[in-house]
Design a protein. Sequence first.
Length: 139
Amino acid sequence: MLWQRGKAYSQDLRDRVFAAAAAGTPVARIAEMLLVSGPYVSKVLIRRNRTGETAARPQCCHVPAKLRDYHTVIRQRVEAKPDATLAELRSWLLETHQVSVSMTLMWETLAQLDLTLKKDLARRGTEPPGCRQGARGMA
């Protein structure tokens, strides 16, 4: 049984842990037998002994996106000023909405909104030949 990030183990697996523990099997052996970690087995057994709970609890502690409430205004700003840099967007957000964010968060927010910042076409061709062309520019 493979665990996936963000998903609880199945109730069937929990029931097998409880059955093996009731039969007197040691925690390490249960973990080995069911292909789970020892701390997982200990955790579910301790929770059952303390609270009587045998089911997975609802997931919690998911932190909402910091800029979730600002998606609409960010989208409007990028549409109004498509040539704005990330730094300019950050300073605009700080000045108008008193929200301080990192460059990475601003970049990730634009990606979530499927927005791209437009490049200044006037600057094209000003670099020396072969500059920033990577492997394609090398012959």
